[in-house]
Ligand binder design. Structure first.
Ligand SMILES: NC(=O)c1ccc[n+]([C@@H]2O[C@H](COP(=O)([O-])OP(=O)(O)OC[C@H]3O[C@@H](n4cnc5c(N)ncnc54)[C@H](O)[C@@H]3O)[C@@H](O)[C@H]2O)c1
Length: 373
């Protein structure tokens, strides 16, 4: 396999997970790293035996085919547009951007240049979520009627070293965690046609509880308790709650209800777990997960799929079209909450093909199991 050259821009909290998991995918060849903070880039480069470059030099580097954009959400589109202008494919952490209009420009620029945009999350490609998809496709719950998606946490200021961006424009629980849930639901049920929403912002300032900024007050500029209803084009109606204001919950993260039964879908922020199915007049039972990528942290799988897709000249799964649709769903739920009305979506997308249709070469996992927060 002709490996694909990757250059990473943005070396913060999540970059370690990518640098570690990339070793699982022979197609990925990380050739350079860059960050606004050059000292950080040099430190990471030294640890991994790769080159540290300035952002501009990385973008100009002929060895880099895909720019892996791990900057903060507010910089995703700007960095993505620079990558496309430099003739590189770009794969971004989620969300695709912090507003639908500018993210649309990124997709249009890539299309005009004949380049690819990929975007996290890729957890929907994990063995547990692919198993849930196969069950839906095989009719295990019959015709999907509805479901729920629930993510609650008291807030990332308890653990993230620099959590202010989660409460600034472009932050909030919907744009931060919504991508995992809505991407998984689109993979399971297809695209969304219409949404409504109701939002709350119970606190206008919050205090950082983690080091090194413990005690610092942060302004809250976005709704932190976001509820919505999503009407899927296939007919299913899913209620969603994304909150940074709730201590805990026993609601399943995702549950689906169909004409022939119900299903609890595993945590969409993880690759592992197993779906649970309740057939008509039967008992809840855990499904067996035999598909790959269900037993560890494979955060790079979507990037590896895109690298294979470039070499194999086929569509990649964690695509710009999927991420743009998910961003429009999220922004529309927030707008519906602000404006008190239902909003019709302007975008749609195809469900990505099951991963088993064109597998991604993977080395055996040697790392211990870990969370994929
Ligand atoms: N932290 C997590 O656990 C986590 C998990 C999943 C996804 N993500 C996503 O990963 C992305 C990054 O999150 P993080 O927690 O690593 O953030 P972070 O703040 O820890 O790191 C971001 C890094 O990007 C750099 N950067 C910012 N703007 C830049 C620019 N224009 N050019 C070059 N470098 C730039 C910063 O200097 C910093 O080193 C976000 O989109 C987030 O949603 C984070």
């Amino acid at each position: 396999m002709d490996r694909v050259g990757i250059g990473i821009i943005g070396l913060g909290n999540i970059s370690g997970a990518y640098l570690k998991a990339a070793a699982l995918f022979p197609v990925l060849d990380i050739r350079a790293v860059a960050d606004l903070d050059m000292a950080r880039a040099e430190k990471v480069a030294a640890e991994h035996g790769i080159r540290a470059l300035s952002v501009d030099d990385l973008l100009a580097d002929p060895e880099v085919e895909i720019v892996l954009n791990l900057t903060i959400p507010a910089a995703h589109v700007e960095v993505g547009l620079k990558a496309i202008a430099a003739g590189k494919h770009v794969y971004s952490e989620k969300p695709l951007g912090i507003d639908f209009a500018s993210a649309k420009e990124l997709i249009a620029a890539a299309e005009a240049a004949g380049l690819r945009v990929g975007c996290a999350p890729d957890t929907f490609l994990g063995g547990s979520h692919q198993a849930a998809r196969a069950l839906v496709d095989q009719g295990a719950i019959g015709q999907p009627l509805g479901g729920s998606a629930t993510m609650v946490t008291p807030g990332h200021e308890r653990w993230h070293p620099a959590p202010a961006f989660y409460y600034d424009h472009g932050g909030g629980p919907m744009l931060d965690m919504g991508p995992y849930y809505i991407t998984d639901l689109v993979n399971l049920l297809g695209p969304v046609a219409r949404v409504t929403g109701v939002t709350r912002t119970p606190r206008t300032t919050r205090t950082i509880l983690s080091e090194p900024l413990k005690g610092t007050e942060m302004p809250v500029k976005v709704p932190t308790h976001v509820t919505g209803i999503m009407e899927f084009t296939g007919g299913a109606v899913v209620q969603i709650l994304m909150s940074f204001d709730v201590e805990g919950s026993r609601h399943p993260r995702i549950e689906l209800w169909g004409s022939e039964g119900s299903m609890v879908v595993p945590d969409p922020n993880r690759f592992d777990g197993a779906p649970q199915v309740l057939p008509q007049r039967g008992e809840w039972a855990e499904a067996e997960v035999t598909l790959p990528h269900g037993d560890g942290n494979y955060r790079s799988l979507g990037l590896a799929d895109m690298a294979h897709a470039i070499r194999e000249d086929r569509p990649h799964r964690a695509s710009g079209a999927l991420a743009l649709h998910v961003l429009e769903v999220m922004e529309s739920i927030l707008a519906a909450g602000a404006e008190g009305r239902a909003i019709d979506l302007t975008t749609t997308c195809d469900r990505p093909a099951p991963l088993a249709d064109s597998p991604v070469a993977t080395a055996p996992v040697t790392t211990e199991k870990e969370t994929s927060a």
